[in-house]
Design a protein around this ligand. Structure first.
Ligand SMILES: Nc1ncnc2c1ncn2[C@@H]1O[C@H](COP(=O)(O)OP(=O)(O)O)[C@@H](O)[C@H]1O
Ligand SMILES: CC(=O)OP(=O)(O)O
Ligand SMILES: [Mg+2]
Length: 374
């Protein structure tokens, strides 16, 4: 099956053409402004399906064939993922219009976390909020975590069912997920992708009283507070740069004290979330680092691991495999907890989920089931 995958993120739009589980071509629009990519109609004869990453799927645990009715339901989730959901839905609609004879499938970041145990998904807020307003932890980056989990199991030569993993997705958005037996048992992002670790421009978790204080005492509007927490906080707010880790690290290298503090806060909060994920697992077989920052910033990953405690360590001599754009084990041989860098392949996960939905008996799907031992 040939699947065109569309992955709208907060900082980029990634497109790939995947045939029977292998990517044939891929491209990324960096600093994407949300506008529709040109030329989708040209794929009409080249693809059997389109897969769209949709960040929020609510309680859905599986991908779904997109129709106007489903898109209308997903529209209601816009307030829960204000940066991402409108872009996901716009790109899905654009694909449906450009390729009217091709099935367009929505695959959800939240689906991997749909079975979170109640102790992890429940916020300690009044029952009426939870019942009437759907206030709960959903979790995000599930496509990336699903792929990284399967890849790590293959690398370690162990069945997914036996593994306890701490999986960190480090892109423009950042999250840490505890994965046990292939299932998410806890995760740092919450009702929205604003929760957890500080990100490129998002604050991550803050004292919930801070927005109330700003509205009541500083006279800010809720919309201004939201905009600032989404787009002017995180590494951007701390360092005064764009929030792209490359800019922050460049400023730190020039001795900028704000950039130094920004990296300290980022790493500290990331280590705290890693430690929090460890307590959600019965055992830890590996810490997995994935996403653009993990893939391209090996020195920062070494810094992260070196200061983390928890029995984590980084090989003192750079191992042969990892480096900019590479993946593999970055901890020394025999380390009690291996640390693994995985290149994020949401495109392959999108294509595989789409194939599973549209053609559950396909050759590629059967091969995948055998390799994954699921
Ligand atoms: N050499 C690099 N190329 C691309 N991104 C990089 C590089 N080095 C670091 N990054 C970081 O990776 C982030 C993008 O990661 P990615 O997982 O693609 O994010 P997203 O999907 O959220 O757009 C950028 O914000 C940037 O900070
Ligand atoms: C959910 C999320 O934050 O996604 P991204 O990292 O692609 O912005
Ligand atoms: Mg991404």
């Amino acid at each position: 099956m040939r699947v065109l995958t569309l992955n709208p993120g907060s900082s980029s739009l990634k497109l790939a053409l995947v045939r029977d589980g292998a990517a044939e071509s891929a491209s990324t629009l960096q600093k994407w402004d949300g506008s529709a990519p040109r030329g989708l109609a040209e794929f009409a004869d080249a693809v059997d399906a389109v897969a769209v990453r949709i960040v929020h799927g609510g309680n859905r645990a599986e991908p779904v064939l997109l129709t106007e009715r489903v898109l209308g339901e997903l529209e209601e989730l816009v307030p829960y993922a204000a940066l991402h959901q409108p872009r996901s839905l716009a790109i899905a609609r654009h694909a449906m219009a450009a390729l009217p004879d091709v099935p367009v499938v929505g695959c959800f970041d939240t689906a991997f976390h749909a079975d979170l145990p109640a102790r992890a998904s429940t916020y300690a807020v009044p029952a009426a909020w939870r019942r009437e307003h759907g206030i709960r932890r959903y979790g995000f980056h599930g496509l990336s975590v699903a792929y990284a989990t399967a890849w790590t199991a293959r690398l370690l030569g162990r069945p997914v069912a036996q593994l306890g993993l701490v999986c960190c997705h480090l892109g423009a958005g950042v999250s840490v997920t505890a994965v046990e037996g292939g299932r998410s048992v806890d995760t740092s992002m919450g009702l929205t992708p604003l929760d957890g670790v500080p990100m490129a421009t998002r604050s991550g978790a803050i004292d919930p009283a801070i927005p109330l204080y700003l509205v009541r005492r500083a006279g800010m509007s809720p919309a201004d507070v939201e905009l600032a927490l989404q787009q002017e906080s995180g590494l951007a707010g701390l360092s005064g740069t764009s929030g792209d880790i490359r800019d922050v690290l460049a400023a730190r290298a020039l001795g900028d004290p704000d950039a130094r503090l920004a990296v300290e806060v980022y790493l500290h909060r990331l280590r705290r979330e890693i430690a929090a994920a460890v307590v959600s697992l019965s055992h830890v077989d590996a810490v997995v680092l994935t996403g653009g920052v993990a893939e391209h910033q090996p020195d920062l990953m070494a810094e992260l691991v070196a200061g983390a405690g928890l029995g984590l360590s980084h090989a003192s001599a750079r191992p042969a495999a990892p480096g900019d754009g590479a993946e593999g084990v970055i901890s020394p041989q025999g380390a009690p907890v291996p640390v693994v860098v995985v290149v994020s392949r949401e495109d392959l996960e999108l294509a595989s989920q789409t194939e599973r939905l549209l053609d559950p008996t396909s050759k590629a799907e059967r091969a995948r089931q055998v390799t994954k031992g699921r």
